[in-house]
Design a protein around this ligand. Structure first.
Ligand code: UDP
Length: 328
């Protein structure tokens, strides 16, 4: 049995590959290397360079490697980019996910784990959201993922196929052992941007919006350590293999940090100041969204181990320093 990881050369996917290897799983990666890096994947893992919508390639790989589960990370994940290029987002996250699903069903692959997002909830939620909280995505990104969730549910009702859609909150940090991390060029996500600024890769960073109805006026997010997130995937995989039913589950800690608190955590961890500028709100941003992850805890026994901002920021910073050495 082999696990096929799409987007395995990317940020979260490469962490998943390392986690699966630690668990003695056989792994094959398919990645077109548009944003990922072949060096992010351990040498012993087969990398098939190609597009997930190349159904011949995907199905032939599934059969050749006797794949029993797909963990599907390949996609696009930047809310503002999705506003500028909605059709690109529907192509990458919806249309190509449909192709992956169809390939899995055609090749007889019974299990599918999908990277969904907290962006499906939209809005300003005072309490942590549960999976039944009504979905009102406010960006093409959120909608592109929610449509894929709907296709998964319909496909699972019609075929011998079970899935888990994990709704990620704000993923950050890096492998605690320093083997991989977030290496994306032109990154836009907060902790990555703050770490790049703290390590001198950027001259300054911006805070988008300081007039939100929150304690310090900046948006609140629920940051989850990438290593805890991939652990949730591993547990979800085991559950599906053991006959677990399809489900959707939130992955977050339920603790909110503001943009300014995150910047302060980076400042104090790195031990020096850096240039932070205040800018207008960024379109598409939600005020606050926090996870209630009781379902992941109950259904697959997920117990986060790295659930504090200092650990997330320290691991992210250590990776940023390593990247700087690699690129210099
Ligand atoms: N943010 C910011 N400056 C940056 C990047 C992000 O102020 O350089 C803010 C952004 O406006 C949002 C929060 O940080 O309020 C989280 O944004 P991110 O892009 O990291 O994740 P999202 O929640 O949009 O998926």
């Amino acid at each position: 049995m082999t696990v096929l990881v799409t987007g395995g050369a990317g940020y979260i996917g490469s962490h998943m590959v390392w986690k699966l290897l630690e668990e003695d799983e056989d792994v094959v990666v398919i990645d077109r290397l548009s944003t990922g890096f072949d060096w992010a994947i351990p040498a012993e893992v087969e990398l098939v360079v190609g597009d997930i919508a190349d159904q011949d390639l995907v199905e032939q790989t599934m059969k050749r490697r006797k794949v029993d589960a797909v963990i599907h990370f390949a996609g696009s994940a930047v809310v503002p980019d999705s506003l500028a290029d909605p059709l690109g987002y529907y192509l990458n996250n919806t249309v190509k996910s449909r192709a992956m699903m169809e390939s899995a069903i055609r090749a007889g692959v019974p299990h599918f784990i999908f990277s969904s997002t907290a962006a499906v909830y939209g809005g300003n939620h005072e309490k942590p959201v549960v999976e039944e909280t009504p979905t009102f995505p406010e960006s093409p990104y959120g909608r592109s993922k929610l449509m894929t969730e709907a296709m998964l549910a319909d496909a699972a009702a019609a075929h011998p196929f079970t899935y888990t859609a994990l709704r990620y909150f704000n993923v950050a940090g890096a492998d605690p052992k320093g083997r991989t991390g977030q290496s994306t060029r032109g990154a836009t996500h907060l902790i990555k941007v703050a770490c790049e600024t703290a390590t001198g890769k950027r001259p300054f960073m911006e805070v988008f919006g300081t007039d939100y109805p929150t304690p310090d006026g900046t948006c609140l997010r629920d940051f989850i350590h990438v290593w805890d997130l991939v652990e949730a995937h591993l547990l979800a995989l085991r559950r599906l293999r053991a006959g677990g039913k399809s489900l959707v589950a939130n992955c977050g800690y339920g603790t909110g940090y503001s943009v300014l608190q995150v910047i302060e955590a980076v400042r104090s961890t790195v031990g020096r100041d850096f240039d932070v500028r205040y800018s207008p709100r960024r379109s598409g941003d939600l005020i606050a969204v926090l996870a209630n992850a009781d379902r992941a805890r109950q259904e697959f026994g997920w117990t986060p181990k790295l659930d504090n901002l200092v650990t997330i920021v320290s691991d992210a910073l250590r990776w940023e320093e390593a990247l700087k050495r690699r690129n210099s």
